[in-house]
Design a binder for this molecule. Structure first.
Ligand code: AMP
Length: 283
């Protein structure tokens, strides 16, 4: 089993050597960063990478820097064997599996500061989260030297931030943002859906319900963020298990109003879920 594909690499130097060998052969390298507990959303990124690149590496690393105090870092659903089986079935070339000690050895205190996207919505709710994301993504880009890196629209603010980081820091990496994959009933796939128990799974549909309400109003010609936001909040207020962190309609680069990206973060019991939708697109 240990010798089965994908090739497992555990150090930045190992990943860089693999990537540089591929580049020397004229091959295009794709990178898909993940935390673990792979689902069809992750697989959609992997398939896109496999279509567009000659070699694909998937990183699996639960990044402690992007969890704020009191969040679920310890209990995040790790399942390495199942994840490796997914990567094998998808024909992935490399699984990059650094330990926390390898990624952040003692004294590694440098952080990537992300600027204004850190002040709003996810950034404001989760202080330090995006600094942690930006730091790990830059490290993955440096070690993996990919031509392209694949991220999900599901985490819209993260995707915007990574797109900006890649450009601002001259990484030479082309960031590709892939559509959100949903369950048949509309719930966006997320590793955290595993935390939803009993009635919470049904209650979680209020997220996509709120996005649909905003989309329906937008389709009537409404463009003012305030009634669009109110339509989302009405749906969320009707769900007794839901507590709203934010529900807004914002610009998809600045994450400030006005705009046409509906974004929301909602707690269902102890589980915090996020979702978003570009108003005007099919949902
Ligand atoms: P995570 O393991 O949650 O950090 O996610 C790794 C990557 O998969 C990120 O770029 C996410 O945006 C993306 N992703 C997560 N859920 C979905 C989904 N439902 N559809 C598409 N991409 C997703």
């Amino acid at each position: 089993m240990a010798d089965d594909p994908p090739l497992r690499i555990e150090t930045p130097a190992g990943l860089r050597a693999w990537s540089e060998a591929a580049r020397c052969d004229g091959l295009r390298v794709g990178l898909v960063p993940t935390m673990c507990a792979l689902h069809a959303g992750h697989v959609s990124l992997v398939r896109r990478a496999r279509q567009e690149c000659d070699r694909t590496a998937v990183s699996i690393f639960v990044n402690p820097l992007q969890f704020t105090l009191g969040e679920d870092f310890e209990r995040y659903p790790r399942q390495l064997d199942a994840d490796l089986a997914v990567l094998r079935a998808e024909g992935v070339d490399v699984a990059y599996l650094p330990s926390v000690e390898v990624m952040y050895p003692p004294g590694a205190t440098t952080r990537v500061c992300v600027g204004e996207l850190d002040d709003v919505l996810e950034g404001a709710c989760r202080p330090g989260h995006f600094e942690g994301v930006a730091t790990v993504v830059l490290k993955l880009f440096e070690a993996g030297r990919p031509h392209r890196a694949y991220f999900g629209q599901k985490d819209a603010q993260q995707a915007a931030l990574v797109t900006r980081l890649a450009r601002d820091l001259d990484t030479g990496v082309e960031v590709v943002v892939c559509p959100t994959i949903r369950e048949p009933d509309g719930l966006a796939l997320s590793s955290r859906n595993a935390y939803l128990h009993g009635d919470e799974r049904r209650a979680a549909l209020c997220l996509v319900g709120a996005l649909r309400a905003a989309a329906d109003l937008y389709a009537t010609g409404e463009r003012d963020p305030s009634p669009l936001r109110a339509a989302m909040r009405r749906v969320l207020a009707a769900e007794p298990l839901a507590r709203v962190d934010y529900a807004e309609v914002v610009d998809e680069e600045t994450f400030r109003p006005p705009g046409s990206l509906a974004v929301l973060a909602v707690r269902i019991g102890a589980t915090r879920l996020i979702d978003n939708h570009r108003l005007g697109d099919p949902l």
